[in-house]
Write a protein of this length. Structure first.
Length: 194
């Protein structure tokens, strides 16, 4: 029984190690995407917004076809309206990607700012684990100040967030490349011994 389990684990290990190329590709793509985001954050944002617009159009068309084929009654009416709104939203985003990017980014920044503000006031007045402490008060004040900065300058906050995402993508990409090279070496050792 134990020998069979070990054999199964070894086969799984070999399959994982054999896919080192996919891990390498993922790592390279992450590094490229991270560099592109660092160098051209506005271009990255517009690309994401355009992708979202195209997705909404396709999703709306598919939903419309599914609805016309299958639903009846009030559900059908609301499904058609929902699908048409999706297509319309996608067309608006594609027609004005810069405006859509700024509006959606600003909305996300305000949402983040309000969330941080709520967390800060909670820390200031209630504390952690329902116990008020001086450290909680200090952290709460810092959170509130951070929230004010985010709400006052939402596009700057999004730009900084884009840089953070870019740096994390590069770090994750480099780590993936390193892991893939170790997997490749393990795969070669496994083949040589087997």
């Amino acid at each position: 029984m134990e020998k069979e389990a070990n054999s199964r684990v070894e086969r799984m290990r070999e399959k994982v190690l054999a896919n080192w190329g996919l891990m390498l590709l993922r790592g390279v793509l992450l590094v490229v995407a991270g560099i592109f985001t660092l160098v051209m954050p506005a271009g990255t944002l517009i690309s994401v917004v355009l992708f979202l617009g195209i997705y909404w159009i396709i999703d709306g068309i598919i939903s419309l076809v599914e609805t016309i084929r299958g639903r009846r009654g009030k559900r059908r009416t609301w499904s058609i309206i929902s699908a048409l709104i999706g297509v319309l939203a996608g067309l608006l985003v594609i027609a004005n990607p810069l405006v859509a990017g700024m509006v959606s980014s600003t909305f996300l920044a305000y949402l983040l700012g309000i969330t941080v503000l709520m967390r800060g006031t909670t820390l200031m007045f209630i504390g952690r684990d329902d116990r008020w402490t001086w450290q909680g008060l200090l952290m709460g004040i810092l959170y509130v100040l951070f929230a004010i900065v985010i709400i006052a300058r939402p596009l700057v906050a999004i730009a900084v967030l884009m840089w953070i995402i870019a740096i994390l993508a590069i770090v994750a990409g480099v780590a993936s490349v390193g892991i893939s090279l170790r997997m490749r070496a393990g795969n070669r050792r496994s083949r040589a011994s087997g």
